[in-house]
Every structure is written in structure tokens, then in C-alpha cells.
Design a protein around this ligand. Structure first.
Ligand SMILES: NC(=O)c1ccc[n+]([C@@H]2O[C@H](COP(=O)([O-])OP(=O)(O)OC[C@H]3O[C@@H](n4cnc5c(N)ncnc54)[C@H](O)[C@@H]3O)[C@@H](O)[C@H]2O)c1
Length: 449
């Protein structure tokens, strides 16, 4: 927790913060191996036939969660799951209000609201499209109303993807999504049938080989640790100048280190060669290495502009030529790219950075739709962090930093592990129905959509 968050959670700090009307960030429930998926029973319901609830019940029961059909008197709820997949008309949305509204008082700290819906663009009639899209407005607003670390997210399920919801549903309910709030995740039918579920949900990456660029520190080192915890063998990549830190991370996770500048012309080939010779191949690539050279556009010279675009975007395009060749990432593999809130909302002084991170989104959308990659069941997604507590953000001026920390629905910055958990989720096979998504890990920052 930041200094501010720790202070306002002391007894005296709490009194002062309440009196001054300052936000009091809650301690977020974060995932720990062996803990229950949800902290308490889950109320389920929906509209009409609620066609997705059968699968929701199966997932919850398999996870050992209690499932309730009516609001219990005097008992706290871990989550509410509302299936609005059958809405035909905006009047049907009252089912959502009637189910979720009364349950909110019973929601425990770090509770979850997950709304399930269908794709608005696949609606049969204008009224149905309106009702489906309305779910986004409800969920995003609810994210802003919830307190004490609770979150609300919307899961849009494409026709035919009903058997692909287990992994996204589990993620959104769990402590792995602690800093994911007010988001819309889309799940589509995975080519080749239902995504396989892991034998052990605490080791979803068992037997997989994952490459993480920029792994020496910050978010990258958290990603390396989280993927290894989930069962992967990790290859950490970073520049030679960060060699010592990189070696420590690789040692800690029982993986290997590859000193390499990702902008080198042969970077992709060298990554594949290392992964194949040391570990037999590669299943997951996390393009995390990134830099900022912030200046107003009027003061940005060619060198600054070029270096940011080269590290954050062009190197990925070059590396992918080798990584996505037939002898690169294995069939059924997963690519996760780091975008940023700045790439969605824009940020003063960050035109070059925002160009690179918006470019990442364009790249992800294109790769996710690529016929050849779909045939090979390779998924591509982006994670867009908001304010995350790293060396990068620690260097910000005090006022800018506190504003960045507090201007979100959870009133605090996220931790590198929050980004890492989201990446780990997108990197395993049960998530094969999640493709072409940009998942913000931003506590529902007030910046951007
Ligand atoms: N920290 C945040 O709040 C935040 C927010 C949005 C997006 N991001 C993105 O997340 C990623 C990680 O950010 P971070 O905060 O951990 O940054 P960081 O500066 O702490 O770490 C970045 C790592 O990448 C490495 N790296 C830089 N250039 C490289 C190159 N040419 N070749 C190989 N390695 C290289 C660095 O040595 C470093 O270890 C970046 O892509 C960043 O843009 C971070």
C-alpha cells in the first residue's frame, strides 16, 4: 500500500480522513494459492430463461463456492452473478436492478458483481441491441458506486462461446482481478472446441514455457514470478545493463535469463533459439519491455520519438516475425502485449508513448483476427495498466502521483502483481475464448473510457 493508503487506515488517520472527506482506500483481497475463489456465497439470478446460469452454477460448484438463488437474511455475500443474456428490450433491464440492487448491502469487502450479457452487435433488433449495450452503462456506473474494494465487471458472451466462460468468470470473481474494475471482457468461441480446463486451477500454466521481455524489474519481474507460480518455466529477457537484476529474477523463479535488447534486428530469432534449445519450445510471449521519453510534442526531437516507438511497438512487430513463424510459438500459444491507459485516453506530454501504446491495440486487434493464427489457436490480447506502483511512477512529482493514485474507483494505485495476474490469466489455455481483448488494470481510472 502507498504511504497515503497506510496512513488513512490507522485509527487516527481514519478519523481525520473521514472528517476531511478524503477517500479511504480499502485493502484489496488479492489471490493467494489455496484460498477460496470467492469470499462468501454467490447469489445468482438473471432475466427470463437466463441461459448462461447453468454453466455459471457448474463453474461455481466446481470451485467449491456456495450458490444461492435468493438473498440470504443476515449473511454476507461474496459475489452476485447476473445473467442478462436473454434481454430483448430495455424494459427487461429491470431484472438486473431487482436482483443486484437489494444485494449490494450484503456484499462483503472486495466483493464482486459480474454481469453476463450478449454482444450488442449480434442483436436481432434495435431494441435488443439497446438493451444489450445498456448493460455496459449499468456495470460501469456500479463500479463507481461500490465501496470497500468491491468491483463490477461485464462479461459479454458471443453465441457459441457458452462453454468458454469458466476462465473469465473465475478470473473476475477471484482476487486475481483485484484492480480490474468497470471493464467489459468479451469471450468468443475458441476454434477447435471448448477450451481445455486445467487439471489444477492453481497451476494453469503447468508444463508451459513463457518468455517475458523487460523481466528485470517492475511489472515484468512480477509477471515472471506470477507465471512461474502458476506452473510455467520462464525465460526472462532484458538489456545487458540490467543483467544482474535479470539473473536474480530468473534464479528466483527457476527459469533462465536472456540478455538482449528487444530492438536488435535478430531479437525474435534469438528468443526462439534460446527457448527451443533450453526448454524445448515456447508457448507464451509477454511483450512487456517499454520506455517513456516524455516531452510535449513541440519539444520532442526525432531521437526521443524514434526510441519510444522502436522499443514499445516496432520491436514487437519485428520479433513477431520469428515468434509467429511455424517454428516459433507452438500451436495453442498465447501472446500478451502491454498497452497503457495513455494509449486509450491520451496523456499530456506523452504523444510518443501514447502513439506506441495505441499502436499496440491496433496490432492486437489485427493479430487476433488473423486467419492463420486462429487456425493455430494462438490468442493475442493486451493489458492496459493505469496507475501502477513501480519505479516509473515513484519518480513522478508528489502531487501528480497522488492524483494518479486516487482518481479511480478503488482510490489507490495498483501493484505490479495486479497486472501480472491479468497477464497470467490471458496466458493459459482455459482462456482461449478471450482473444483480441484490451483489459484495463486501472481500478476504473477516471481517465479514458
Ligand atoms: N508502471 C505503470 O504504471 C505502467 C502503466 C502503463 C503501462 N505500463 C507498461 O508496462 C510495461 C512495464 O512497465 P514498468 O513500469 O515495469 O517499467 P520499468 O521501467 O520498471 O521496467 C521496464 C523494463 O524493460 C526493460 N527494457 C527497456 N528497454 C528494453 C529493451 N530495449 N530491451 C529489453 N528490455 C528493455 C528495462 O530494462 C526494465 O527492466 C511497459 O511496457 C510500460 O509501458 C506501465
Amino acid at each position: 500500500m502507498s504511504g497515503y493508503a497506510s496512513l488513512v487506515n490507522t485509527p487516527v488517520g481514519k478519523r481525520v480522513a473521514t472528517r476531511l472527506g478524503l477517500p479511504r482506500p480499502a485493502r484489496l483481497r488479492r489471490y493467494a494459492v489455496g484460498e477460496p475463489l470467492v469470499d462468501g456465497p454467490v447469489l445468482v439470478g438473471g432475466h427470463g430463461a437466463a441461459p448462461l446460469l447453468g454453466e455459471v452454477r457448474r463453474v461455481l460448484t466446481a470451485a467449491g463456492s456456495g450458490v444461492l438463488d435468493t438473498l440470504p437474511a443476515g449473511e454476507g455475500l461474496g459475489a452476485v452473478v447476473a445473467d442478462l443474456g436473454a434481454v430483448e428490450d430495455p424494459a427487461d433491464l429491470d431484472s438486473l436492478r431487482g436482483l443486484v440492487g437489494p444485494a449490494l448491502r450484503s456484499l462483503r469487502p472486495s466483493g464482486r458483481v459480474v454481469v453476463l450479457g450478449r454482444l450488442p452487435e449480434a442483436a436481432r433488433a434495435p431494441a435488443q441491441a439497446a438493451a444489450r449495450r445498456a448493460l455496459e452503462g449499468v456495470t460501469r456506473s456500479l463500479g463507481k458506486e461500490l465501496r470497500q474494494g468491491a468491483t463490477a465487471n461485464l462479461l459479454l458472451v458471443a453465441d457459441g462461446a457458452e462453454d468458454a466462460i469458466a476462465s473469465p468468470l473465475r478470473f473476475l470473481l477471484s482476487g486475481r482481478s483485484a484492480y480490474v474494475d468497470g471493464q467489459v471482457v468479451t469471450v468468443t468461441a475458441a476454434p477447435g472446441g471448448p477450451p481445455p480446463e486445467p487439471a489444477d486451477w492453481s497451476l494453469p500454466l503447468d508444463g508451459k514455457v513463457a518468455v517475458v521481455t523487460g523481466a528485470a524489474r517492475g511489472i515484468g519481474s512480477a509477471v515472471a514470478r506470477t507465471l512461474a507460480r502458476d506452473g510455467a518455466t520462464v525465460v526472462g529477457v532484458d538489456i545487458p545493463a540490467s543483467g544482474d537484476a535479470l539473473a536474480r529474477v530468473a534464479n528466483d523463479v527457476g527459469g533462465t535469463a536472456l540478455q538482449l535488447d528487444v530492438t536488435a534486428a535478430d531479437a525474435g530469432k534469438r528468443i526462439v533459439a534460446h527457448a527451443v534449445s533450453r526448454h524445448g519450445g515456447v508457448d507464451v510471449v509477454v511483450h512487456n519491455a517499454g520506455i517513456t521519453r516524455d516531452r510535449l510534442l513541440a519539444n520532442t526531437d526525432e531521437e526521443r520519438w524514434r526510441s519510444v516507438l522502436d522499443v514499445n511497438l516496432m520491436s514487437i512487430l519485428r520479433m513477431n516475425e520469428a515468434l509467429l513463424a511455424e517454428d516459433g510459438v507452438r500451436d495453442g500459444g498465447h501472446l500478451v502485449l502491454l498497452s497503457s491507459m495513455a494509449g486509450i485516453a491520451g496523456n499530456r506530454g506523452q504523444t510518443s508513448y501514447a502513439a506506441s501504446k495505441a499502436g499496440v491495440i491496433g496490432l492486437v486487434r489485427s493479430l487476433a483476427a488473423d486467419e492463420d493464427l486462429r487456425r493455430r489457436r494462438v490468442t493475442t490480447n493486451a493489458v492496459a495498466p493505469g496507475f501502477i506502483e513501480t519505479e516509473m511512477t515513484a519518480r513522478m512529482p508528489f502531487a501528480t502521483r497522488e492524483v494518479g493514485r486516487l482518481l479511480n474507483s478503488l482510490s489507490q494505485g495498483g501493484l505490479p502483481v495486479d497486472v501480472a495476474e491479468t497477464i497470467a490469466w490471458l496466458a493459459h489455455d482455459a482462456s482461449a475464448g478471450v482473444n483480441g481483448n484490451v483489459v484495463r488494470v486501472c481500478g476504473q481510472s477516471l481517465l479514458g473510457a
